[in-house]
Ligand binder design. Structure first.
Ligand code: GLN
Length: 258
């Protein structure tokens, strides 16, 4: 459990937000750790007191959870964590049903679905929080990815996966891919998944530094669930820093769109 450097403990007990990073040792490919850094930094700039819990296999589960972030991984990284993921499946399902916001990238997106059948035919069962199943193909889907989401606007990032994902039941896509990239499967123009406050996506990049609106969407839900409202409390310096960060992200977005 740690706080960002420079932040003293329990400065504002009424502003604490508990963030869980799920399997950072095994599921953290293509810079997905940047999502954790972004959420922690933005929470601090909004005047919250973020506390990070890194959860790896066999670790104790934190007492309180406001937001969960999980990254991608190679097929063998996914194989390594599935047993432990099933140990935590009921807890994760209960938190999801309770509305805890979660963002799962690529490898963990697949394992939050129903199953992932790898390209060599191994079937990895998922924990079924998202209505999505994935089948590995020889041909990898690699490259820049741009999608349009009604809730979060244009989302930009980078994809690299062998699995083709198909959505089922009441699970909706996160966005629609028109021209840039493949998305879930290359045939139905969908990208990612959303059920309740749980989001799965193939967006690496990392996605949250480039897409502040998505980052703030997760932060807002976390704050509202815990304290009844999202109530930023920032001084001029924090406001200026947020603006500077958002300008950088906008620049990356303009380049991706051009
Ligand atoms: N191993 C999975 C696949 O190739 C996920 C890859 C990833 O997380 N980038 O489909």
């Amino acid at each position: 459990t740690r706080r960002p450097s420079g932040v003293e403990t329990n400065q504002h007990p009424d502003r604490r937000i508990d963030v869980v990073s799920l399997y950072p040792k095994d599921m953290n490919i293509y810079g997905d750790w940047g999502n954790v850094l972004t959420v922690m930094r933005r929470l601090s700039l909004y005047g919250y007191d973020p506390v990070l819990h890194e959860y790896n296999q066999g670790d104790p589960w934190p007492d309180h959870v406001d937001l969960i972030l999980g990254g991608g991984g190679q097929d063998n990284g996914q194989k390594k964590i599935t047993d432990d993921l099933f140990v935590r499946a009921d807890t994760l399902r209960a938190l999801a049903a309770d509305g805890v916001p979660m963002l799962m990238i690529c490898g963990l997106y697949q394992l939050f679905g129903e199953y992932f059948e790898t390209v060599d035919g191994t079937r990895l069962d998922g924990i079924g929080i998202l209505g999505a199943y994935t089948v590995g193909r020889e041909h990898r889907m690699i490259g820049n990815l741009v999608e349009h989401s009604e809730e979060f606007g244009d989302i930009i990032g980078y994809e690299n996966h062998s699995g083709q994902t198909f959505l089922t039941g009441g699970t909706k896509p996160l966005g629609r891919v028109d021209a840039d990239g493949t998305g879930n499967n290359g045939t139905d123009h969908t990208e990612g998944a959303r059920f309740g406050n749980v989001i799965g996506t193939y967006m690496h990049g990392s996605v949250l530094p480039k897409n502040p609106r998505l980052a703030d969407g997760l932060i807002r839900i976390a704050a509202e669930r815990r304290y009844g409202a999202f109530a930023p409390r920032q001084d001029d310096q924090q406001t200026a820093e947020l603006r500077r960060i958002d300008d950088c992200a906008q620049h990356a977005r303009d380049v991706a769109a051009s």
